[in-house]
Design a protein around this ligand. Structure first.
Ligand code: FES
Length: 225
C-alpha cells in the first residue's frame, strides 16, 4: 500500500504535490499566473523581490511563494486584493528608479519581464522617483556584454546563474542596500575576470541591464542598411 499524495488548496482548487515543492511550483502547474522578478526556474529559490507573494490562511503576512514549501492542508490565495496591491507597490518602487523600463527586446531573452509586469499592473513608474541606486560600467569595452547597471534591480539572477549554472563565479554583489552593485573581482573589467562570455547572465536579466552587444550591433546595421 502506498501513502496518499499530500494536497493543498489553491484558489479553491485542491492540488496534489510532492514534498519539497514550493507553493509557486504547484500553483504554476495549476495555471496560476503569479508574477516574479528574481525567479528563474533553473536557479535555487532566492526570495528577493517578493513579487510572488501569496496569502496563506492562518499566516498573518503574505509569503513569497517561490521559497515557501507546500504543506499538507495549506489553503493559499494567489490573487487577493491585498497581494495584488502589494505587487503593484513593489513594482512601482523598482520601476521608479529605473530610467528605462521598456527596453529593446534584442537586449536579451528575459529583458521584457519588468516592462510587461509594469504594463500588467498599470504601475506608476514615477511614484517613488528620487535617487538612482544603479551604477553603469561604461568603460567596459568588451565586444559581447553591455553592462548598463542603471537598469539593475538587484535580483541577482546574473550572479546566481554565473555561479550555479556555469560555476564561473565571475561576478558578485558589492555593498549593501542602496549602494548595492554587481561587480567583478577587484571591480575590474569582465575580460580580466573569470567570465567566459557564455551569455547566461544576459539571457536571465529581467530588465535588459545586461545586453547582447552583438545582437544590438546587427540590429543597428539592419536599420541603417
Ligand atoms: S519571485 Fe519570489 S521573491 Fe522574487
Amino acid at each position: 500500500m502506498t501513502d496518499a499524495q499530500p494536497t493543498l488548496t489553491i484558489d479553491g482548487q485542491e492540488a496534489p504535490f510532492t514534498p519539497g515543492e514550493t507553493i509557486y511550483q504547484v500553483a504554476t502547474r495549476l495555471g496560476k499566473n503569479i508574477p516574479t522578478l528574481c525567479y528563474d526556474e533553473r536557479l535555487e529559490p532566492f526570495g528577493g523581490c517578493r513579487l510572488c507573494a501569496v496569502e496563506v490562511e492562518g499566516v498573518r503576512n503574505p509569503v513569497a511563494s517561490c521559497t515557501a514549501q507546500a504543506s499538507p492542508g495549506m489553503v493559499v490565495h494567489t490573487a487577493t486584493e491585498r497581494v495584488e496591491s502589494l505587487r503593484r507597490t513593489l513594482l512601482e518602487m523598482v520601476a521608479s528608479e529605473n530610467p528605462t523600463v521598456q527596453v529593446d527586446p534584442l537586449r536579451g531573452y528575459a529583458s521584457q519581464e519588468l516592462g510587461l509586469l509594469v504594463e500588467r499592473y498599470q504601475a506608476d513608474t514615477g511614484r517613488f522617483a528620487g535617487a538612482y541606486s544603479g551604477c553603469s560600467k561604461p568603460e567596459d569595452h568588451n565586444p559581447f556584454i553591455l553592462r548598463d547597471y542603471e537598469l539593475c534591480i538587484s535580483c541577482y539572477r546574473c550572479v546566481r546563474v554565473c555561479a550555479e549554472r556555469e560555476g564561473d563565479y565571475a561576478i558578485s554583489v558589492m555593498n549593501r542596500g542602496f549602494q548595492t552593485r554587481i561587480t567583478t573581482e577587484f571591480d575590474g573589467l569582465l575580460e580580466d575576470s573569470a567570465c567566459t562570455f557564455c551569455g547566461q547572465c544576459i539571457h536571465t536579466c529581467p530588465t535588459g541591464a545586461l545586453a547582447d552587444r552583438k545582437a544590438l550591433r546587427f540590429a543597428l546595421k539592419a536599420e541603417v542598411g
